[in-house]
Write a protein that binds this ligand. Structure first.
Ligand SMILES: [Zn+2]
Length: 558
């Protein structure tokens, strides 16, 4: 592309209202343009990056044997009603009516439609396995769109669905997709981790996330630098903590007048205090007891009770079973009690006395009744790896992909069945696999850019090579640039032949992050050009430029 006659602009100033580095740089460099809250246009260079990402994904998906199709975005609402998700999505789903007042949704996700399409083909066990995918737009009415392309309301996603006759088949399909995702992320040059995740509203039995490591990430993850353990906050567990054992003493009621910091007041560490919180879980009140050094993991709690709704009890609800908030304890409570497994290891600890301004000290688990023992802690910084006991490393991540074993949840809801070898009707076993394309673009920008300049890997860069002519008034230089431009067509070069000051040209090429820059400047007198790639600058004879670029692109240079 010749810059002198193309759609190209960059902004000099940082962009207001873009709180992330990637959002700011992508707008500033003319890759994307904001249309509304969480809605962006991909301008020509931005769209090239997106398509380069898409190409890698498509190639790897096709290599895995999956078949591409295209679903509509405008979907009659009845499909989501059948699966019960019209309500579950709530305000997140964009809903609209046609001229006859028939209700539709802009598809937030496509499990229902893929299941319906699969139904057309599957009659018997012989019709499986297969895997279908599409690369298409999704719509979600996010409460708080932010971070440029990371949390948006319209986004492009690759979603795939596998159809198998049994769990064994699903395990195979799932592994193929997991391997495919590793290939995709590696080829795109993304720094990422795979973490175990909660199945959430998708249902199903196993879910893993591909998280791009990024300090603006919305997810907290941790991984062990010594073994393969990595997880997100929702499902993470840690190595059993050591609590010093003491011979049980006699419980004692003590006055703890309204104080901010019980641990300071009693001169005891947090792990000598157990806090009790009251939860309303599917309309039943539960007392939940954990060491005060931890917070409660509501996802684990929800799983333990197979609950749908979970919330902290109101002040009135607490007062209906104990004295008041802040003094609840498990002793002599009339509601079911869940204790964290660590409570059993603590000795002579402190609990609320169910009396305003009082706690009981020297309590042991033997001194009160409980109904459930489980790990319900939210893991925290400083915790150790549950597999090998080494210190876990905490980081933030952007979820760029996820893979789910859905099982039979959607096939049962939609009636996707097949006839097995014994002529028995059975539900199809499904898996689902998503990748957010623009999130990958934003994550690559976040991971690789400096504060001021983008820096694309070769595989996704809008142009691999920029040819910069220092003096466009010099006809001879322009002529050489033109020849080079034609000669290097296979590298999709960008020719900066604008009649601009050279400083502006260099700044623009740095800002937009073209990986290889060829400078036609003073060395041209000896028939040489300067080639910049990463931190290296080389002076190369004109007739060796192509060979040099081939080495870079084939990764043979360094
Ligand atoms: Zn480990």
């Amino acid at each position: 592309m010749r810059l002198s006659n193309s759609y190209f602009f960059t902004l000099r100033e940082d962009v207001k209202n873009e709180e992330s580095k990637s959002g700011n740089l992508l707008v500033k460099a003319g890759y994307i343009s904001k249309i509304g809250s969480g809605i962006y246009t991909f301008l020509p260079m931005g769209y090239k990056v997106l398509r380069n990402i898409e190409n890698v994904i498509r190639e790897e998906m096709n290599k895995s044997g999956a078949e591409e199709l295209l679903m509509p975005s405008l979907i009659p609402i009845e499909y989501y009603e059948k699966s019960g998700r019209a309500d579950k999505f709530g305000g997140t789903m964009f809903k609209l009516q046609d001229r006859y007042d028939r209700p539709y949704a802009l598809g937030p996700t496509h499990e229902e439609l893929f299941t319906t399409v699969a139904k057309k083909c599957i009659k018997s066990y012989k019709d499986m396995p297969f895997n279908l995918y599409q690369i298409a737009n999704k719509y979600r009415d996010e409460l708080r769109p932010r971070f440029g392309l990371i949390r948006v309301r319209e986004f492009i996603m690759k979603d795939a669905y596998s159809f198998d006759k049994d769990e064994e088949g699903l395990a195979k399909s799932y592994q193929i997709m997991k391997d495919t995702y590793h290939n995709i992320m590696k080829r795109l040059g993304l720094e990422y981790r795979v973490v175990e995740a909660d199945c959430g509203t998708m249902g199903g039995t196993l879910s893993e996330e591909f998280q791009a490591i990024c300090n603006i990430g919305e997810d907290i993850l941790f991984y062990c630098p010594f073994c393969s353990y990595s997880t997100n906050l929702e499902v993470g567990t840690s190595y059993p903590h050591d609590y010093a054992f003491e011979e049980p003493k006699s419980p004692e009621l003590i006055a703890t007048p309204t104080i901010d910091d019980l641990s300071k007041f009693l001169k005891l560490p947090l792990e000598k205090i157990a806090k009790t919180l009251v939860y309303n879980i599917d309309d039943v009140l539960y007392a939940v007891v954990i060491p005060s050094s931890y917070e409660i993991n509501e996802t684990k709690l929800q799983k333990l009770l197979k609950a749908t709704n979970i919330s902290l009890a109101t002040k009135e609800e607490v007062e209906s079973i104990s004295s008041t908030v802040g003094f609840v304890g498990p002793k002599d409570l009339s509601i079911p009690i869940i204790i964290d497994e660590d409570i059993l290891k603590m000795s002579n600890f402190v609990i609320g006395a169910n009396q305003k301004d009082y706690h009981i000290i020297n309590i042991n688990a033997l001194d009160f009744n409980y109904d459930y023992v489980a790990d319900i802690k939210l893991i925290k910084e400083g915790d150790l790896c549950p597999k090998c006991g080494k210190k876990l490393i905490f980081t933030k991540g952007i979820e760029v992909g996820n893979i789910f074993k859905l099982g039979t949840k959607y096939s049962e809801a939609i009636g996707l069945n097949y006839m097995d070898e014994q002529n028995q009707l059975k539900p199809v076993v499904m898996g689902c696999y998503g990748i957010g394309l623009a999130r990958i673009m934003a994550s690559l920008a976040e991971q690789r850019a400096t504060l001021n300049n983008l820096n694309w890997p070769l595989v996704v860069a809008p142009f691999k090579v920029a040819i910069i002519v220092v003096n466009t008034k010099d006809e001879e230089c322009l002529h050489i640039a033109e020849d080079l431009y034609n000669d290097l067509k296979e590298f999709d070069p960008l020719l900066d032949d604008r009649n601009e000051r050279v400083g502006i040209k260099f700044n623009d090429m740095e800002l937009i992050g073209i990986p290889i820059k060829i400078v036609i400047g003073k060395n041209i007198l000896s028939n040489k050009v300067e080639i910049k790639y990463q931190d290296e600058t080389a002076i190369i004879p004109l007739n060796a430029v192509k060979e040099y670029l081939e080495k870079i692109v084939n990764n043979q240079l360094l």
